[in-house]
Write a protein that binds this ligand. Structure first.
Ligand SMILES: [Zn+2]
Length: 138
């Protein structure tokens, strides 16, 4: 996806959590807890990643993208496909995408990263106000 902004990578947390699992300090029951809702989203809106599940190693992980943002209204908190994200990035000023990996075999799930998409045009008065003030002080 192009035009990703403010990318937050969660690879370190993921690695730390997996290290706990491999060391036996955390049971797979505790980390393989994808909800039926998340598993369903993976089935209908997910896209296969090239990464094999780090816990059960039975199948490639599925990536699910959840969208959040005030502008999205009823779409906020829903899972979207890559095509939908591309379309939405031209329709909305700004929204954040949370990319979660899910194993449909063992239910391992983890936040991979999040980023902001959108045209960058913020329509709320607060931002117009701020930019006007900035212009005035220049
Ligand atoms: Zn698995």
């Amino acid at each position: 996806m192009r035009n990703q902004r403010q990318v937050v990578d969660h690879a370190l947390q993921r690695r730390a959590l997996l290290a706990e699992v491999y060391a036996g300090r955390l049971g797979t029951m505790e980390v393989c807890d994808a909800s039926p809702y998340l598993l369903r989203a993976a089935k209908f809106h997910g896209q296969p990643s090239g990464v094999t599940c780090p816990v059960c190693r039975k199948e490639p992980l599925t990536l699910v993208s959840w969208v959040y943002g005030d502008e999205l209204k009823h779409l906020a908190g829903s899972a979207r496909t890559a095509d939908e994200l591309t379309r939405m990035s031209t329709l909305f000023g700004e929204f954040r995408v949370y990319e979660v990996e899910v194993c449909r075999s063992c239910s391992w799930n983890h936040l991979v990263r999040s980023y902001v998409l959108g045209t960058g045009d913020l329509n709320d008065t607060g931002n117009r106000e701020r930019s006007r003030r900035r212009t005035a002080s220049e």
